[in-house]
Ligand binder design. Sequence first.
Ligand SMILES: [Zn+2]
Ligand SMILES: [Zn+2]
Length: 283
Amino acid sequence: MNAVLSYYENQLDNLWAMISAPSWSNFFWLFLALSAFVWTLELMRPWRKGQAVLRKDFWLDTWYMFFNVFLFGAAGFYGISSLVKSHLSSVFPYLNAFHATLSQLSPWLLLVIIFVVRDFIQWNIHRLLHASDFLWQFHKVHHSVEQMGYAAHLRYHFAENIIYGVLEYIPLALLGFDLIDFMAAGVFATAVGHLNHANFYLPLGPLQYIFNSPQMHIWHHAKQLPEGVKSVNYGLTLSVWDWLFGTSYMPHDGRDIELGFDNVESYPTGFFSQMLAPFKKRG
Ligand SMILES: [Zn+2]
Ligand SMILES: [Zn+2]
């Protein structure tokens, strides 16, 4: 318990250190700038013109963003990465040699490799969140979004931080990647994730077969899909996996489709009630 407390104290100190020293190399301010940029795109050229600027659940999602990224999330895993890495390297000594080989590659190539491998792992985890009834109860929080905007990107149950963290970190660490290595890839993924949820029209042309987009991801949130189709477009940053494995679906741009799931109207609407929802008995 003490270890957890001191870890969190440390986390809060780190957060405060970032907030109090604005700079481009600091994730807090970089994240804020990215969010402001995507929000500006939404404000200047909204795709759904009738949607209010402060759409349904705007503040709820803003809180989720802060909570999942800075209080309980991505940033937390960077803290423990070196610890896990040193344990893994003592269990699997080949990792040191493998990592040494990787570090010979050009940093850009390494970044691209890490990014693609990680995105494929995340695509599989996302499929699992939909395939397993148990995990779906947690993932439902993300799908409870009824009006889409960039901040909806980070509305998700904190358990997803753990599920993704464990399931993606272990294979990546076994491959010899260091979490710090994909910090930069993470910034790019954050930007694309914001865009995918933004109220913004972004036709990608042929690039749609590589990258996800708001017009593709909105179908992932569709309330209604053709008979027998459970879900589609699982891609996070890249769309290529959905095209390759036959899970892509984009009959039209989907601007005005209904979002959510059956009975989304009766799903809890507050942060705490949504955190507790997966643990409630299903009726
Ligand atoms: Zn999903
Ligand atoms: Zn989404």
